[in-house]
Design a binder for this molecule. Structure first.
Ligand code: TRP
Length: 448
């Protein structure tokens, strides 16, 4: 397709809002803090930061380059750039990833709606300060109908947005809600800092104990870095395909990766002091944030209002991320299978409902929905990031580093020579994605 045939983002700001909207979501607020808690704190965070700069940033640029040059979504972009080869098959790992991620993402999206409704009902007000929020979370999340109904609501909102093609509207929303979310997290960070015993939480966050690093930790950190930045499955390829030739790939990538990392670190700084102050178990897994935040809300002035605004902005952040997931599935079905947009979204809803339901029900105690002792929820959550995104990212860097011509890469990074990107930056990113990233990813995949 020629540039004129494909709709583009109106402005640089629009591109950044969309990419940050895709990146910042439940991954930052829900998944990152719970992984930090499961993997021993500071050491995990350090590894995460290292991977984000040395591996995820180059992967981000690589996806961007493929998307803008290939001018199509994953499968089609590979076909356009390497006609007659089998590279397009690597686009299929994206479909597997979307399918796994959307299932548990819808469940957790539903949890956010439930907590938003609870905050309207003043369940996190000062009067609720004595509540055992751990018990109320597990009572809710291991139930049958309640979590399912909230999950359906999340799926319907999400699909509605995609069907009506009002992503533009959502961008307009995200433009305001992202800063709101940001400010609210800062408020929570500040409140947490003054909780009795917060110091233990900071020690946990900033004093690394390297004996806690195992290959599993490395893998979790790498997978989370990809997950959080929406990498490894073609989401950024799609967004890249809508970006104008004159936009600066390197600076868009740095801004998105940087903001995403900031949101994740701040979320951890809000949660961990409270975890230790209220005696919550840090390694309890996916419930961590939903158990801890109510303790903070119920111990601050205007807690219900802050809680409502927080869960509302979290929901919008989750929707703007889920849109990009549905979009990957939908563009595949539209471009490759020649489905209509409606049918494509319908298929996505169907898979979300069926597999989301399995994920949600697998959290019930004694549920038979386990594989090798792990609930389907945990399994989808772990496998998607740790393996599928990781393999997807590996194929992407191998493609740009070894299959594409370096001159083509340079042409994209400098927008055909019109952008004065310092040469050493383009070169450094190139060598990171050609050599460092593939070696690191392969090593981690092999040793775990
Ligand atoms: N990055 C999002 C989050 O942190 C989730 C997400 C959206 C995603 N699109 C993606 C993850 C594509 C992997 C690939 O919540």
């Amino acid at each position: 397709m020629k540039e004129s045939d494909r709709s583009s983002f109106g402005s640089k700001f629009g591109v950044i809002v969309a990419m940050v909207g895709s990146a910042v979501g439940l991954g930052n607020i829900w998944r990152f803090p719970y992984l930090v808690g499961e993997n021993g704190g500071a050491a995990f965070i350090l590894v995460y930061l290292l991977f984000s700069v040395l591996i995820s940033l180059p992967v981000f640029c690589a996806e961007f380059v493929i998307g803008r040059r290939g001018r199509a979504s994953a499968v089609g972009a590979f076909r356009n750039l390497a006609p007659g080869t089998k590279w397009y098959l690597s686009g299929f790992t994206s479909i597997l990833a979307v399918f796994l991620i959307l299932s548990f993402y819808s469940v957790v999206g539903g949890w956010s709606i439930k907590y938003m409704v609870d905050s309207i009902q003043m369940k996190f007000s000062a009067a609720a300060a004595g509540t055992d929020f751990g018990a109320s979370f597990s009572g809710f999340s291991t139930g049958i109908w309640e979590p399912l109904i909230y999950m359906f609501i999340f799926i319907i909102i999400n699909a509605g947005v995609v069907i009506m093609g009002v992503e533009k509207g959502i961008e307009r929303f995200s433009k305001w809600m992202m800063p709101v979310l940001f400010v609210l997290i800062l408020v929570l960070v500040a409140r947490s800092a003054f909780l009795p015993g917060a110091g233990v939480g900071y020690e946990y966050l900033f004093k690394p104990d390297f004996s806690k690093i195992t290959t599993q930790t490395l893998m979790a950190a790498l997978g989370q870095s990809f997950f959080s930045m929406s990498l490894g499955m073609g989401a950024i390829i799609i967004y890249g395909s809508y970006v104008k030739k004159s936009d600066n790939i390197a600076s868009h990538s740095v801004i998105t990766v940087g903001l995403d990392t900031l949101f994740a670190l701040l979320a951890a700084c809000a949660i961990m002091p409270a975890v230790f102050s209220f005696g919550v178990e840090p390694g309890q897994g996916p419930g961590l944030v939903f158990v801890t935040l109510p303790y903070i809300f119920s111990n601050m002035p205007l807690g219900s209002l802050v809680a409502f605004l927080f869960f509302l902005s979290l929901l919008l952040a989750a929707i703007s991320s889920a849109i990009s997931l549905v979009e990957v599935m939908a563009s595949f079905l539209i471009e490759e299978m020649h489905c209509s947009r409606r049918l494509a979204v319908f298929i996505s809803i169907l898979s979300q409902v069926v597999f989301g339901t399995l994920c949600s029900l697998s959290l019930r105690p004694g549920s038979p929905l386990t594989i090798g002792g792990m609930s389907i929820f945990d399994l989808f959550d772990k496998i998607s990031s740790d393996y599928v995104l990781t393999i997807g990212a590996l194929l992407i860097v191998l493609f740009v580093g070894w299959k594409m011509k370096k001159a083509d890469y340079m042409d994209e990074m400098t927008s055909g020579g019109t952008i004065h990107l310092p040469k050493w930056i383009a070169e450094t990113i190139y060598w990171l994605l050609k050599v460092v990233a593939p070696l690191a990813i392969l090593t981690i995949l092999i040793f775990s």
